[in-house]
Design a protein. Structure first.
Length: 171
């Protein structure tokens, strides 16, 4: 096995689950997310020699994934209907109540404007820092930090107002 193959397999092993979660957030369809991740790794294989710093691999792959996701709109417009919660492969077994709560929270995050949602998802799901998000989204770090602040505030407002309208309080 070549060194390139070893590097590639290490990338796939280390980052495929994170890439799938992020792709799923972008396209809301398990099968499309799998395709986007597969294309991401194919492009990564082709340009693996351009990755000089292994510590930058995750943001490099996320950048490739974002571009690949954008390319699919150039090629074909997919049906972007409601996603099925049951299609998310989660290692942890969760209770029905937890699944309902997770779905509810995902809907709240999905309702945020994209300019706020994307940095928040990169931070929460991807674990990226403000600097890394700025690089991935080609934005100034201050812009990213402002968008993260606004995203959290908007999400808090959505979460705070929702239980009252859904009748969760018995008071």
């Amino acid at each position: 096995m070549t060194t390139k193959q070893h590097r590639y397999e290490a990338l796939v092993q280390a980052w495929s689950a994170d890439l799938f979660r992020y792709a799923y957030w972008l396209c809301k369809d398990k099968h499309v997310a799998e395709d986007v991740v597969q294309e991401t790794f194919l492009r990564a294989w082709r340009s693996l020699d351009s990755l000089k710093d292994e510590k930058a691999a995750k943001s490099w792959l996320i950048t490739i994934l974002r571009r690949e996701n954008a390319r699919r709109f150039e090629r074909k417009q997919f049906d972007m209907g409601e996603y099925e919660e049951s299609t998310i492969d989660d290692v942890r077994a969760t209770s029905n109540e937890q699944q309902i709560e997770n779905h509810w929270l995902r809907e709240k995050i999905a309702s945020l404007p994209e300019e706020y949602r994307e940095p928040l998802v990169l931070q929460v799901l991807g674990g990226f820092s403000g600097d890394e998000i700025a690089g991935i989204l080609s934005l100034n770090k201050n812009t990213v930090m402002t968008r993260l602040f606004r995203a959290r505030n908007q999400l808090k407002e959505l979460v705070d107002e929702e239980p009252k309208s859904r009748g969760f309080y018995n008071g």
